[in-house]
Design a protein around this ligand. Structure first.
Ligand SMILES: Cc1cc2nc3c(=O)[nH]c(=O)nc-3n(C[C@H](O)[C@H](O)[C@H](O)COP(=O)(O)OP(=O)(O)OC[C@H]3O[C@@H](n4cnc5c(N)ncnc54)[C@H](O)[C@@H]3O)c2cc1C
Length: 473
């Protein structure tokens, strides 16, 4: 033992912190973890898991509507928000308890308290003022919703922190933001019968995703009844006896019951005392780390959203695992951030891995696109107009698949499997050589023989790079 109270003190029992604590303790390290809210962190308590439960709840609306086309007579369905909220609460409490048990079993001491750094090797627990010395400190405090734009009346709004426990299902709701959290909740609430307005600062939702897929998701939201107001921002919010009046940048006034701000998240470093230890933060307040999640201070490391690298649960978990293996298990490795598959759980959902078309065209000399858009078999009898869209992006010179993007049923599940293929360096010819599973929607991926477009970059002449040449087939 090191002469410190513990070998490792972990601040924050979320995805990254819990994994790091368990693995480090498994190697025999003396580990303490502090949590100021609920063990499990954002993902379990107020992120991925409760959100997905709500996505499932919302999709029954479509299933009831579709059933008639298949011969069913369904009585007018009714929905009970409170029942969903209490079911969700039971499930996240169960998961949180499992996290606790697993930490206990691994021999990690859990303290239910806020923890703050007061030196390179010292932590103070807010609950009882105790000071703990640690050979290493791991900061895994996650992120927190940002309240923007800064307008009068912002105090009347909620964020994703509160949305899961609303006492009533809002009849009319404004969601501000165009990122994945904003569109997912717009899709959920619209299906639960809330009249949803979505204001987006730019022309379209989901900046950073493939352009065509952004269009499909936008169309899906509009189809679900979301009033999408692009290039629009709220300018003030006033409380009225019957709800909230939101003035928008186009001068109109929107009457709603609830306003949810989903304009992004910031690293949770405020008041953490990192400055007292001399830990460097970037302009966004994220802890600056190297590939091994080490800060500029030798004894302090950070993983997960607080470092603002790729803000997803599996990434935080893997960063925590790599940290623990490297520091306590004598197995040095760091996380590979290339080709992370991910999903947006709107309905229909988006599954994606690898480069977008634009990224591929910026990085490669010759890019081939294979795309298909079709009405899935299920929609033919249900009468649903919904389309499934798939796009495979290929390096035209090596045949390597650079990216796959899907909007449709189970696109998230497909992205997980396609993630393996892209990670392995799969080629378009491997897709072509693969026998189809029939009848499925996914078979389209292995039967797309005809190129939709080829983009070739002109040779760079003396005047600099020329414009891309499009050779549509
Ligand atoms: C609405 C929503 C939906 C999401 N959906 C998905 C999804 O579908 N898929 C996906 O991969 N990711 C999703 N995410 C992102 C995912 O939740 C995060 O990337 C992940 O939780 C990050 O893990 P972490 O360990 O960095 O931090 P967190 O899981 O946020 O854990 C940090 C913990 O630290 C605690 N803490 C903070 N400060 C202190 C302190 N000073 N002392 C003690 N404790 C402290 C916090 O209470 C928290 O429990 C979603 C996020 C949100 C908000």
């Amino acid at each position: 033992m090191s002469g410190f109270d513990v070998d490792l003190f972990v601040i924050g029992a979320g995805s990254g912190g819990v994994r790091a604590a368990r693995i480090a303790a498994g190697y025999g390290a003396k580990v303490m973890i502090a949590e100021e809210f609920r063990v499990g962190g954002t993902c379990v308590i107020r992120g991925c898991i409760p959100k997905k439960l709500m996505v499932y709840a919302s999709r029954f609306a479509d299933d009831f509507a579709d059933a008639a086309g298949f011969g069913w007579t369904v009585p007018e369905p009714t929905f009970n928000w409170q029942k969903l909220v209490s079911g969700k609460e039971a499930e996240i409490s169960r998961l949180s308890a499992i996290y606790r048990t697993n930490l206990d079993k691994a021999g990690v001491s859990i303290v239910d308290s806020r923890a703050e750094v007061i030196g390179p090797n010292t932590i103070r627990l807010k609950a009882d003022g105790r000071e703990i010395s640690a050979k290493y400190i791991l900061v895994s405090t996650g992120g927190t919703p940002v309240l923007e734009p800064s307008i009068p009346g912002l105090e009347h709004t909620i964020t994703s922190n509160e949305v899961f426990d609303l006492p009533h299902l809002p009849k009319r709701m404004l969601i501000i933001g165009g990122g994945y959290i904003a569109v997912e909740f717009a899709s959920v609430f619209a299906r639960l019968s809330t009249k949803v307005t979505l204001t987006v600062r730019s022309e379209n939702v989901l900046r950073g995703f493939d352009e065509d897929m952004r269009g499909h998701i936008r169309d899906g939201l509009i189809h679900a009844g979301v009033d999408l107001k692009a290039v629009t921002l709220p300018t003030r919010i006033d409380r009225r006896p019957d709800g909230l009046a939101v003035t928008l940048s186009d001068g109109s006034v929107l009457d709603v019951d609830q306003v949810m701000v989903a304009t992004g998240r910031v690293p949770h470093t405020k008041g953490l005392g990192l400055d007292t230890a001399g830990v460097e933060l970037d302009a966004a307040g994220a802890v600056k780390v190297n590939n091994f999640s080490k800060t500029n201070i030798d004894s302090i490391y950070a993983v997960g959203d607080v470092t603002n690298r790729v803000n997803l649960t599996p990434v935080a978990i893997r960063e925590g695992h790599a940290f623990a293996d490297t520091m306590f298990g004598n197995k040095e490795w760091c996380v590979d951030y290339a080709n992370i598959a991910t999903a947006v759980f709107t309905t229909p959902e988006l599954g994606t891995v690898g480069l977008t078309e634009q990224q591929a065209r910026d990085q490669f000399d010759c890019v081939d696109i294979y795309a298909a858009s079709f009405r899935p078999l299920k929609a033919t009898l249900s009468g649903r107009q919904e389309k499934t869209s798939m796009k495979v992006i290929v390096d035209g010179l090596t045949d390597r698949v650079l990216g796959v993007h899907i909007v449709g049923d189970h696109a998230g599940e497909l992205a997980q499997v396609l993630g393996i293929v892209v990670k392995m360096g799969g080629r378009k010819s491997d897709f072509d050589d693969t026998m189809a599973v029939h009848p499925t929607s996914a078979e389209e991926l292995v039967t797309m023989r005809t190129r939709t477009a080829r983009y070739e970059r002109e040779a760079i002449g003396e005047e600099g790079p020329g414009a891309a040449v499009v050779a549509a087939d």
